[in-house]
Design a protein. Sequence first.
Length: 66
Amino acid sequence: MTLILTPNMSDADGFYEDLITAHDGLSKAQSDRLTARLVLILANQIGARDVLKQALCVAAEDVGAP
């Protein structure tokens, strides 16, 4: 399976707003935990390790990771 790297959300702005709202009032540690839990929940939803590996590679490129 190939990653979808073009916009594919029906309400991206609404999701972004929900994401920011979920972090409101959290400490840095709580925010990091929320993000980690969300990543793991979504990874479980995707399920396919090859797709998850592709996503990790693409995400690492965007932040300049080695």
